[in-house]
Design a protein around this ligand. Structure first.
Ligand SMILES: [Zn+2]
Length: 374
């Protein structure tokens, strides 16, 4: 019995421009995998497979080969590789050093009927699963693509159709939900404020995100919670420091033209941008995502554990290798060390594949109480 924590990387390049894709993605991932080895924890790489297909189509073999080598090595070292989809790559066009794409393609379900959403999702999910299994089963014959995280957390709109496609394409786990998250940008619309109130639950194509189901895909959310005043003060203090001297990425640079689903800003005037940043800073919502102050991450984790005192909960922590800074690496180490100090007996670290192998769909969740880690 444990609170299972699943460290994960959203493994993707910038959408508009990358000065060097290997520097932007492969090198910082090597760095993070070395840190994980040091900490003795497995990591799951959620791979933006569609970008790889698009890079291969335009003949950029060096980047794709470097990625495929890295994914094989990761699995050989006991890490996990799973599926992340950013559907706008389907129609992205290379213009010199930049990619252009339609913002309307950002979400699987945007501008599509329910049946179109299902067809598109199912086709992409099946192709992604097959691609990763062809790539990784030669390294580990038991490898299976079983988990999915939507790009930009975008399981909406069309959640029912996407969930039905996940089930039909053979996925066991979804990890797109960030409980309590509300996000409206020019391209993205996420509202997880009314997601089922449980640590984990099944989702099916009938209820979608509205209610827990008896069977279907098992939700392993990105951990999130409302944080207290002390954690808020740390967050605001750190933001002030970073405004003065923003930490530089350790490796490559690029940009996504403010399209990131998790980004604070989405264009507009500087006044609008500051107002948005102010709202985010003042919001007591926080997720298990870097960059974030390690004490805030710890507060989220402890709030999560206190709220869900059942046996075997699963939640994920998310890091983007792109834009990785030395500060983020230090913060990850600090968070991990502090978590073990405070809650070591209650926490186990695992992968999505391992979580899937322990699942028996439809099984009633055990309710034996765990000692809360306060
Ligand atoms: Zn992503």
């Amino acid at each position: 019995m444990s609170h299972h924590l699943l460290y994960s990387l959203d493994y993707e390049v910038y959408w508009t421009r990358n000065d060097d894709e290997v520097e932007v993605l492969v090198r910082p991932t090597d760095h993070l995998l070395a840190v994980a080895r040091d900490l003795g924890v497995p990591v799951t790489l959620f791979v933006d497979v569609m970008s790889l297909w698009r890079y291969a189509e335009v003949g950029e073999a060096r980047f794709v080969q470097a990625v495929e080598r890295q994914l094989r090595e990761a699995v050989a070292s006991g890490h996990d590789v799973q599926v992340h989809l950013h559907p706008h790559w389907m129609t992205a066009e290379r213009r010199g050093a930049e990619w252009r794409f339609a913002a309307s393609e950002f979400l699987l379900g945007a501008g599509r009927s329910e049946s179109e959403t299902y067809e598109v999702s199912r086709r992409l999910l099946e192709r992604a699963r097959q691609y990763l299994q062809d790539l990784l089963q030669p390294v580990d014959s038991r490898y299976e693509a079983v988990a999915f995280r939507a790009g930009g957390y975008g399981l909406q709109p069309g959640a029912r159709a996407i969930i039905r496609a996940l089930v039909d394409a053979g996925y066991a786990i979804d990890s797109s939900v960030v409980p309590g998250m509300y996000l409206r940008t020019g391209r993205n619309q996420v509202d997880y404020r009314r997601a089922p109130d449980a640590a984990n639950y099944f989702l099916d194509g009938e209820s979608g995100l509205d209610a827990a189901a008896r069977d279907g895909v098992f939700e392993v959310p990105v951990g999130a919670a409302r944080i207290g005043v002390a954690a808020m003060a740390r967050r605001i203090g750190r933001y002030g420091r970073f405004r003065l001297a923003p930490p530089a990425p350790l490796y490559g640079r690029g940009h996504s033209r403010d399209l990131d689903g998790g980004a604070v800003s989405d264009g507009g005037t500087w006044r609008q941008s500051i107002a948005r940043k102010g709202r985010v800073l003042a919001d007591r919502f926080a997720a298990l995502r870097l960059p974030e102050d390690p004490e805030v991450l710890l507060a989220v984790t402890r709030a999560w554990m206190a709220r869900h005192q059942v046996s075997d909960t699963y939640c994920s922590l998310l890091v983007h290798p792109k834009g990785l800074t030395g500060q983020m690496v230090d913060d990850l180490r600090t968070y991990h060390r502090r978590l073990l100090d405070i809650c070591g007996a209650d926490v186990a670290f695992t992968t999505f594949r391992d979580a899937a192998s322990r699942l028996q769909p439809g099984r009633a969740r055990a309710t034996e109480a765990l000692r809360a880690c306060r």
